[in-house]
Each structure stands twice: as structure tokens, then as C-alpha cells.
Write a protein that binds this ligand. Sequence first.
Ligand code: PLP
Length: 390
Amino acid sequence: MDPDLIYKSVVEKDAKYVMQTYGRKPLLFVDGQGSTLIDVYGKHYIDCVSGIAVNATGYKNQRLVNAIKEQAEKLIHISNYYYNEPQANLAEKIIQITGMSRVFFCNSGAEANDGALKLAKLHTKKDNFISTLHAFHGRTIGSLGTTANQKYRDPFVPMVKPATFVEYGDASAIEKAIDKTIAGVILEPIQGEGGVHIPQNEYFKEVREICDKKDILMIVDEVQTGFGRTGKWFCKDHYGVQPDILTMSKAIAGGIPMGAFAAREGLTFGKGEHGTTFGGSPLASAASLAVIETIEEDNLLENATQMGKYFMDKLSQMKRDDVSSVRGKGLMIGVEMNHECSYFMDEGLKKGVLLNVISGNVLRLIPPLNITKEEIDQVVSVIESIPKQG
Ligand SMILES: *Cc1c(COP(=O)(O)O)cnc(C)c1O
């Protein structure tokens, strides 16, 4: 069929039948390979978005595709009424790579944070949380209370219970905000949606000490930073800190929806205290096992570290005078411009690179973890060539 007709028909149906919550780019992808996406017209793009840090092992990763195919031939879903072999194997793996004690599987990042908040409330018998300015923890009625953006939150108060928001990166601000109603603090190890904000190395250690001293729980949201994104399994490992609860999602199952939260020894739900229909399905668990195996077998932690350094070096050397900072860990990179740069997304598309701009002036680069030097070179030359004004 004529690609134009396919494209127009999709746009029309979307406009007519889908709730218009997303500002979609004029693009229809139909295929991919490695770090490349292919649109309905056959045009290739290097992907620095990865489905928002989800497609860590790249498109058409054969280990992942085969694992999903093989599991789908047997069982896709079975419910948590019964034992489930892929889920048990995955739980063992997740406990190994997180250093936590037990895990609960759900279906998204917001749900993982919701579950973590519930567990913290149940355990401490306290009701309130501390979060940080610019934090993003999800959009459900529970997790939304810890998401900083008031535009998302305010229409849903009082159902949504807003946290106390303090400056990110300032441990003493957390200490000051603690009163007898506080169950815990929730933090991203690098703020993702908020603009790729990286705290000082000591921040997490200081927060850990404060939580221990004041007897509140430390919840670390690794929904975006987890599974190798920053060059370690989890970003907390850069800081050498174990949280009380760790939340995960995005890259966990290579694009099959999945979320999870893991907690330390002694912190767990009992029978009937939490549950979900789909969480940890055989299909999602098999996909997640394949993602973890790929990260191990293909040395993707090392690749994310090396390529991240290479990428940041190249970005720092660009002949542009409007870059305020290049920052990142592994392949979670932010390029802050001294002006509004949302138009970079459209300029990138014209030149075959998928870019994402957050907070209006920060390019967030989160490509698949197996991106190559040649691809990075191409991306950098495209970014370098985008004019200073849109
Ligand atoms: C994306 C994200 C979430 C929300 O995940 P959903 O799967 O969209 O619900 C929560 N926390 C962080 C840090 C995220 O990046």
C-alpha cells in the first residue's frame, strides 16, 4: 500500500478516536534494527530516545525476540494464583543485581512507585512523604503526589496527596522537612524528566544517614536509571548506597510492560496486602531475563560506560557557543543549551536523528546501550549542525 495513505489513515484515526494527551511528532515507525528506527516511507533514524529509556538492547535484538517468541508459544499469562517459572528465575536475578531482599512485580513505573509508597505507609504507619522539586515519579493517584509538576497534580487534589517538596541535591533540606508524619523520602538517583540533574556524589550517602537517624524509609526510583542506563546495573551503585525500597520499570523487559519494586530484609507485604493481575507474567518475565542476559553477555554496562564517555567528549567538543553544560552518567546524557531548543527535535528528524528535549532547553540523550561510535559520531554531527535559532 501507498505509505502516504497508511500514514494519513493512522493520523486520522488517532485524531478521532484516541484521547489527545500526547503531542505526537509527525512520524510513523514500522521497523527497526539496533539503534535505528525506520519509518513508513523507509527513512532511517538513529534513535537517541529509545522509547524513553526502554529499548536498552536495541531494536530486533535476537535474544530478546527469540525469548518472547519461545515463551509466547508456551504461556503468555497465567495469573498470580499459580507458580510461574520465568517469574521465579527473574526474581532470583533481580535480587542478585539489586542486592535487595525481595521483589514484587507490577506493570509500569508509576505502579512500582505506588506500591513502594503503600509498602512504606504500611510499614511505618505514617502517611506523608518527602519528594524533590522537578521530580517525576508517575501519574497514578498515588505516585502523582510525589511528582513535582503542579500542572499534573493540582486538578486531582485532594485525591492526590502532595508530598513535601524540597530542593534536589540538598540533604539538609530533607532533614528539615522530616516531622512525625513522614514515612519516607523518594528520590531519583539522577532526575530524568526534570532535566538530567545529577547530584553530588555524597548526596545519597547523606540522605541514607538522615533516613537511618530519623527512622524514615529511603525509596530510590530507578525507573529510568536502572538496568545499565548509567553504566552500572543501578545508579545507586555509583553512590554506594542501598535504599530501603528500589523501584524499576522502563528498560526492565525490553519493551514488554513491566515494573517492579524490591525491598530490603524485613520490609515486605504479607498475604493479600498487595496484588496485580498481570504483574510478572511469564511473557514479561521471560523478556526481562533475556534483557538481563543480553546486558551481561554483550557487556552492555561496559559499553554504556565507554560510549557514554565518548559521546560526552564529542558533545563537549562541538563547535557551538550556546551549550551551557554537557553532563551525564553512562548513556544518560543531558546537553543544556542557553536558549529554548525544543525545535532541535524537528531539526533532528529532518536529518535522521531522534532527539528529545526536556525542560525546554535540555537535550536528553538516552540511546540503546549497544549504540556504536559511528552512530554517536553521526548524532553529534547532526546536533552540531542545527542552527542556533529555530
Ligand atoms: C517514566 C518514569 C516513571 C513513570 O513510569 P510509567 O511507566 O510511565 O508509569 C516514574 N519514575 C521515573 C523516574 C520515570 O522516569
